[in-house]
Design a protein around this ligand. Sequence first.
Ligand code: A3P
Length: 292
Amino acid sequence: MTVQYIEYKGIKFPPGYNSVQSLCFAENKFEVRDDDIFNVTYPKSGTVWMTEILSLILRGGDPTWNQNLLNSLRAPWFSTQLGLETAHHCPSPRLLTCHLPVQIFPKAFFTSKAKVVYTSRDPRDIVVSYYYFTKMCTTYEDPKSFNQFLESFLSGDVPHGSWFDHLKGWMELEGRYDIFFISYEELKQNLRGSVERLCRFLGKELDDAAVTSVVENASFEAMRRNRMCNSTMLPKELMDQEKGTFLRKGICGDWKNHFTVAQSEYFDRVYQEKIQGRKGIFPWEQTRQDNI
Ligand code: A3P
């Protein structure tokens, strides 16, 4: 099926909930409150996971909210028309979600005291996850093949734009605004420690039992069971559950089951070219070095 993507500032967005007007409003007119908490990601980096973690932290570990209200109502996608309405009516402190690159992010954030949690992920696992997601989500074009999708991803010709630009754009703000950077890999490796770090960033004091509850309720298994976040409540016209599962595998390194040697080498070449000169090292680069 051919999908007519929305285009805003040179970046493609899936149609349906997004529109040029809603994106323009998000960028220029969205009113940011000082106690807003933004959950920002590139697609397939663990957005929905972070929404569960943050919702649980805000409720002191009590899972009632997560188990009774859809994630899109707890942490609205404010750059969509529907999400904007929800965001307007959310009591403070609000949780807000988006995949926006920094150049389209609400201008008002930069003069506010609001916080951002930015979750990154091994781009090779993102490609794989994104590939399966586009097959089940009807507002994305069906990929012709994994190889074609990989090429499009590396050239930035996918909805939400280039992963490289997204990551670099946000990383450039490090130390200048109240932004907490964390990776999917860190969450996987040490969810409890990650939750404790997030609590400190958010100024929330949770006792051991409350942290345990966050960890348990944000586990892959618990989330798969929870209809408020496992995407099964979405209409078939949007998400065809017969074509896949949103909470698919939830692991690090699934790319190894999908990339050929040639694809992996090609990926590494493009990665080096586009990411070179950056200080610091991401968890997935650590593994890369260990393998050498
Ligand atoms: P996979 O497709 O690799 O399984 P997003 O929410 O940004 O769209 O990201 C979706 C990815 O995060 C999916 O990856 C999904 O399974 C994974 N995910 C969501 N919740 C998770 C959890 N609790 N533990 C591990 N992975 C999780």
